[in-house]
Design a binder for this molecule. Sequence first.
Ligand SMILES: [Zn+2]
Length: 300
Amino acid sequence: MKHLIAMSLILLGLAAPAARAALNVLSCEPEWAALAQELGGDLVEVSSATTALQDPHHIEARPSLLARARRADLLICTGAELETGWLPLLQREAGNARIQPGQPGYFEAARFARIIERPTALNRAQGDVHAAGNPHLHLDPRNIARVADGMAKRLADLDPANGARYAQRNADFQGHWAAAMARWEQQGARLRGAPVVVHHRNLSYLVDWLGLAVIGELEPKPGMEPTAGHLAELLETLKATPARMVLRAAYESPKASAWLASRANIPAMELPYTVGGSPGAKDLLGLFDDTLNRLLQAAP
Ligand SMILES: [Zn+2]
């Protein structure tokens, strides 16, 4: 009898074997592709529009990316204006009603995260400041946990037949993640207060979470390339207020940080920034494991 029921369910397509993913997911950045994979397992087929070696503010929407956007059931992006340079065009050109702003098939991580560095009218004049606050929110692992809750619910909304599985996978993920965060916070405790120079404010959430102290930025203004004059000034600042290290993301040019680090006689440390940004950053756990290792290595 049991067999017969199972058989007829399969014939009706109600208990389809897991050969085909239920949802086709396209993410704007690798961190959200990795999170969707954690929460969806074999229920989702995931790809990312950008890699860890690309600047997520600026990419070109190539035809192959448009084709993926056309097929997607769910588009997962950071939001908070990170992708304003390319995402609206991608959504417009994709001809896919499911992934338009306001539709269930468009998910913005920033809506579920704690956002820092919201600009005031005064500092809006200080360069290319992100008006919605700092969008590089995934480098605070507490934000990853918040976004995971929102994302698991959205996956279940889009694929209600598997709703319980997304909820269960999220519960498992949250358990592992909380344990890992406790470990990272313990490891990172001795970095608290460490003075650092950063390339761009894409490390602000990491800095905020670990309690590092930023005493300078390689960019003269957010989003502007480092200049010789600004770097020379920064070197002067470091004579009075030494930093422990110069930090940059894997996708940023090493030139400016190498210049400053060699003259200030401190290490220049490349951080993976997102999944795929270093050999160790294979997934979200690896991203933070490797980031912590590199910071501790630079500040023994
Ligand atoms: Zn930015």
